[in-house]
Design a protein. Structure first.
Length: 172
């Protein structure tokens, strides 16, 4: 397989493809090599994965991309340091994947690698997600659909183990 080099400001580029119980993660190094792994969506597992990644690449700027909608991932990365988050349009990734191979066959792992490759090559043309702060992060935790359970405000949200996003402001 041909590897593309990309002049990048990022130490590594991470592509994430998500499902209900796990994430497929592809970590792409600047020289083009790509390593994949599966990570549970449980908050403690996601936090452990992120801490391990930060230890492996201390201080470097990391690009993370995933398809939208992914409110829990946006909330998880909201207050992380040295990371640029790219919330990507699924049809853009689908079109990119289809341009690389004729077959429509794909897996979560190949999708994660595709996201990492797309982001590695095209990050300069894409918009970095801008954190909106605690009030908007609280809105991200609201149910997506009518009748869906909202997050218990007395328990830390996924990606918020310290409960920072769950704290309500005092009287105004």
């Amino acid at each position: 397989m041909k590897r593309h080099k990309s002049a990048s400001k990022y130490t590594i580029v991470v592509g994430i493809d998500r499902s209900d119980k796990e994430l497929e993660v592809a970590v792409r190094a600047p020289e083009g090599s790509c390593e994949g792994e599966t990570v549970s969506t449980r908050p403690e597992a996601l936090e452990a994965w992120w801490n391990g990644l930060r230890k492996a690449y201390p201080g470097g700027l990391i690009a993370v991309g995933f398809e939208q909608p992914a409110r829990a991932l946006l909330a998880f990365f909201e207050f992380k340091e040295n990371v640029d988050v790219y919330a990507l349009n699924p049809s853009s990734i689908g079109g990119y994947r289809q341009s690389l191979k004729v077959s429509r066959a794909h897996t979560d792992a190949t999708d994660a690698a595709c996201i990492a490759g797309f982001l590695s090559l095209h990050h300069a043309e894409l918009r970095v997600h801008q954190p909106a702060g605690p009030p908007v992060a609280a809105l991200l935790r609201l149910p997506a659909k009518v009748g869906e359970q909202s997050h218990d405000p007395d328990q830390p949200a996924a990606g918020d183990p310290e409960g920072l996003l769950s704290r309500r402001p005092g009287p105004v």
